[in-house]
Design a protein around this ligand. Structure first.
Ligand code: BTN
Length: 279
């Protein structure tokens, strides 16, 4: 018998119960991240809630988690598909001592931590697609949305939003993302315990953020570079109404992608969509 769509969804939800917060927090000895968890069954967006917390003075390290988002946000004004109980949607309040122009380093730092966490669950490993995507087997498994508030030369706060597809079956993915998205379940054929994943992510973020605060991004750059999957690949970059063709060469200290254009000029890309082309 073929189950109706709502029945299938309900069945999938029952297989993955709500997060058990004690399994995330018990004995968690992190220094900076995970000082407090704000847990919700549903939010519009964890980034919106975390921003409100930060504006009200929440200290660095607090994490907002929702089982489901009704207006999950992605980069460049896109939405983030956020069905209940199968994935991870969280936002961390940070107060980095950085000049505002270095805010992209927070995304790069988080990409290292997130890619390392994902890689510890998938034998095929994880790659970073500039600036904020984590790929497994060439498909997107996780994304990062960093939003900052600053005044002149001082960052007030950063909200670091992270979405990871964990136990998200292909059958539940909207058609629009099915071809280019994946999940840990799809990549490994196994259900992951979401508490174990989140606990590991908090630990990896804590360590990477510690390195960034104490030694600067240069100390993390080799780990970012090692997972950068576009180095020297031919790419098309879409920037608003401009399109650039060239070879991706790496990133600079402000997190911009350096592309050697077909005319030989180096161009810094601050925001845009990078599409790898056949060599
Ligand atoms: C992207 O790849 O476009 C970024 C996706 C970021 C999604 C996460 S889910 C938790 C947090 N809350 C949001 O509304 N967005 C981020």
């Amino acid at each position: 018998m073929v189950a109706h769509e709502p029945d299938r969804k309900r069945a999938a939800e029952q297989e993955t119960p709500p997060l058990k917060l004690n399994e995330i927090l018990d004995g968690l000895a992190t220094q900076r991240i995970g000082t407090k968890l704000h847990y919700f069954a549903e939010l519009d967006s964890t980034n919106i809630f975390a921003r409100r917390l930060a504006e009200q003075g929440a200290p660095a390290g607090e994490i907002v988690i929702a089982e489901r988002q009704t207006r999950g946000r992605g980069r460049l004004g896109r939405s983030w598909v956020s069905p209940p109980f199968v994935n991870l949607y969280c936002s961390v309040v940070l107060r980095p001592r950085l000049f505002p122009k270095y805010v992209p380093q927070i995304t790069l730092m988080a990409a290292v931590a997130l890619a390392e966490t994902v890689a510890s669950f998938v034998p095929s490993g994880a790659a970073i697609k500039w600036p904020n995507d984590i790929l497994v087997n060439g498909k997107k498994i996780a994304g990062i949305l960093t939003e900052a508030s600053w005044s002149s030369n001082h960052i007030e706060f950063v909200v670091l939003g992270i979405g990871v597809n964990l136990n998200f079956p292909a059958a539940l993915m909207p058609e629009a993302i099915r071809q280019r998205a994946t999940s840990l379940l799809i990549a490994t054929g196994q259900t992951v315990q979401r508490e174990t994943f989140l606990r590991r992510l908090i630990q990896d973020l804590d360590r990477c953020y510690g390195v960034l605060e104490e030694s600067g991004f240069d100390a993390l750059a080799p780990r970012w570079e090692a997972r950068f999957d576009l180095r020297d690949r031919r790419v098309r970059v879409e920037i608003m109404d401009e399109v650039v063709f060239g070879a991706a060469r790496g990133i600079d200290r402000e997190g911009a992608l350096i592309v050697e254009r077909d005319d030989g000029e180096l161009q810094r890309i601050i925001a845009g969509d990078v599409i790898p082309l056949e060599d």
